[in-house]
Design a protein around this ligand. Structure first.
Ligand code: NAD
Ligand code: DAU
Length: 334
């Protein structure tokens, strides 16, 4: 049995990954270490009844909790992070603490307990603008938000533990995910749930900014392949679908699928430091690991819209709780 410590497994990608791993592998045990911040939701895994799964509530910055959890594992997949760019503009300190210091605490424990694999979940945000062509793994890191800069710090810290201590680290840099269980502060779940309720869809600036969009299960598959492989210590893999879409494209698709009028779109103040384009060249993971996304954007967005339509009991409590205060602050018009 391979024992895998997943950090941040109550969040969006983490919970999808836990389910994916238990479904795809008989010989895996998962320990999920999560602090249950506003983004960590036990509802995400409440239906999971599997003896191979255990949950530990704790902070990745807490050395004793981390040490204990790491001591019981062979491999680590490190998702836990503060993840929302807009919140990083309001509360940068939380991002530096969890994303950089939390990663350091985990790396130290991994070194002490000689874990066999450390998959560090980084992001394409670390590159900053993709100028002229999609970003490649060896491009310079020019992060533009406190979130992206904190993730860049964590990414390079993880690399340094490979170079300095020989820790078997592999780093993934994925593009924008979407799918079930995504906290509705992020673009797609926000627009879908607002549209369902006939509320405005707040488009930052011109709405022409583009991202490369990937269905969360395709990302989970890529991480699984990286975790399974032993040949890529110290390496970085971009993960992306190549499906580059603007905010306007996405708003139109969602509104038309839900039969809602285009005038629900509202142009609002732009995000400070808003990156015009994020996109990655994913040729390396396609060639070296044989990974390829299984879904097309249009089909997977429909699946995602249907999921939010069919699961209002998941997102309605979120939108009326902590999120409401955040939303009012973030989107209030002066
Ligand atoms: P999320 O915000 O949905 O979930 C983050 C999880 O981490 C939550 O369960 C939260 O409780 C937990 N967490 C936060 N701080 C913690 C701490 N100090 N200790 C323990 N747990 C803590 O995030 P997500 O979208 O699922 O992203 C997961 C990872 O993937 C992050 O590292 C993120 O940078 C990376 N990533 C995300 C995307 C994306 O599009 N969502 C794309 C590329 C990379
Ligand atoms: O690229 C990977 C990154 O994708 C991850 O590392 C981050 O954790 C994840 O949050 C995401 O970052 P983005 O900033 O790209 O995602 P977000 O959903 O916040 O925004 C996507 C685009 O939509 C971006 O151009 C900003 C725009 N936007 C977003 C919101 C929330 C709007 O126009 N209006 C909005 O209300």
């Amino acid at each position: 049995m391979k024992r895998v410590l997943v950090t941040g497994g109550m969040g969006f990608i983490g919970c999808n990954f836990v389910k994916y791993m238990l479904r795809e592998h008989d010989d895996v045990k998962i320990i999920n270490l999560d602090k249950l911040t506003y983004a960590g939701n036990p509802e995400n895994l409440k239906d999971l009844k599997d003896k191979r799964y255990a949950f530990v509530e704790g902070d990745v910055c807490d050395k004793s909790v981390v040490d204990k959890a790491v001591s019981k594992c062979d491999a680590i997949v490190h998702f836990a992070a503060e993840t929302h760019v807009d919140r990083s503009i309001m509360y940068a300190g939380d991002f530096v603490t969890t994303d950089v210091f939390g990663t350091f605490v985990l790396l130290e424990a991994a070194r002490k307990h000689k874990v066999q694999r450390f998959v560090h979940i980084s992001t394409d945000e670390v590159y900053g603008e993709a100028v002229g062509r999609p970003s490649k793994e060896n491009d310079a890191l020019m992060p533009k938000s406190p979130y992206a800069a904190s993730k860049a710090g964590a990414d390079r810290l993880a690399f340094s533990y490979f170079c300095t201590y020989g820790l078997p680290v592999t780093i993934t840099r994925c593009t924008n995910n979407y799918g079930p269980y995504q906290y509705p502060e992020k673009l797609i779940p926000l627009f879908v749930t607002n549209a369902i309720d006939d509320l405005p869809l707040p488009v930052y600036g011109t709405g022409r900014n583009t991202r490369d969009w990937i269905f969360v299960e395709d990302h989970c598959q890529a991480i699984d392949m990286v975790l399974e492989s032993n040949d890529f210590e110290g390496e970085v893999f971009n993960v992306g679908s190549g499906e580059e879409k603007s905010v306007l494209d996405i708003a139109s698709l969602i509104l038309s699928y839900l039969n809602k009028p285009d005038d629900l779109m509202r142009f609002v103040k732009d995000r400070p430091g808003h990156v015009t384009r994020h996109a990655v060249n994913a040729a390396k993971i396609r060639k070296r690991l044989g990974w390829a996304p299984r879904r097309t954007f249009e089909a997977a967005v429909r699946t995602t819209v249907d999921w939010y339509r069919n699961n209002p009991e998941w997102w309605r409590p979120i939108k009326s709780g902590e999120f409401k205060k955040y939303y009012e602050k973030q989107y209030r018009t002066e």
